[in-house]
Design a binder for this molecule. Structure first.
Ligand code: SME
Length: 157
């Protein structure tokens, strides 16, 4: 997908997600809808979903709504790409997950990924959005910009 197509696709699907979740306060419903529509919009999104901050443990993620093959259930903060995004509260773009020291291989087919932190309106970290692709280097700053803006619009309002 070239940069212009990617931009256009993010704009269209962003609007659709916001219109679907408008008026729905339940966070699980908002996450499930976002994961579903994102994964349908981008054919190369092989695994698309959320790892939630476990309120009982604080420094551990537990799997939330997703589309794709079976994901790991729990990821400690600081472990793997998701745990690094949670610990640093910064988006992680990994071009080759097999070269990422700390990577957790839930599915050996995943080759690259982007993980975006998700905050509530009080700016507390509630989850991370994880998107994996089977091709290397599938994600770049365009994905980061749009996914960060979308997560803000869906979960920080
Ligand atoms: N690859 C992730 C683990 C989650 S799954 O791929 C669904 C990571 O290293 O954080």
């Amino acid at each position: 997908m070239n940069a212009a197509d990617k931009e256009a696709c993010y704009r269209a699907i962003g609007e659709e997600i916001l219109s679907v979740v408008a008026g729905e306060a339940n966070v699980t419903a908002r996450m499930a809808s976002a994961a579903c529509l994102l994964s349908q919009a981008f054919p190369h999104f092989y695994w698309t979903g959320f790892y939630n901050v476990d309120p009982a443990k604080k420094n551990e993620l537990v799997v939330g709504p997703y589309q794709g093959t079976l994901g790991c259930l729990r990821i400690p903060f600081g472990t793997g790409v998701c745990g690094t995004a949670a610990a640093t509260k910064k988006t992680q773009i990994v071009e080759d997950v097999h070269a990422f020291a700390n990577h957790i291989a839930c599915d050996a087919k995943s080759a690259s990924e982007i993980v975006v932190p998700v905050f509530d309106k009080a700016r507390a970290l509630i989850a991370v959005l994880d998107v994996d692709a089977t091709e290397k280097a599938a994600f770049d700053e365009t994905d980061a910009k749009h996914l960060e803006a979308l997560m803000k619009a869906v979960f920080s309002v």
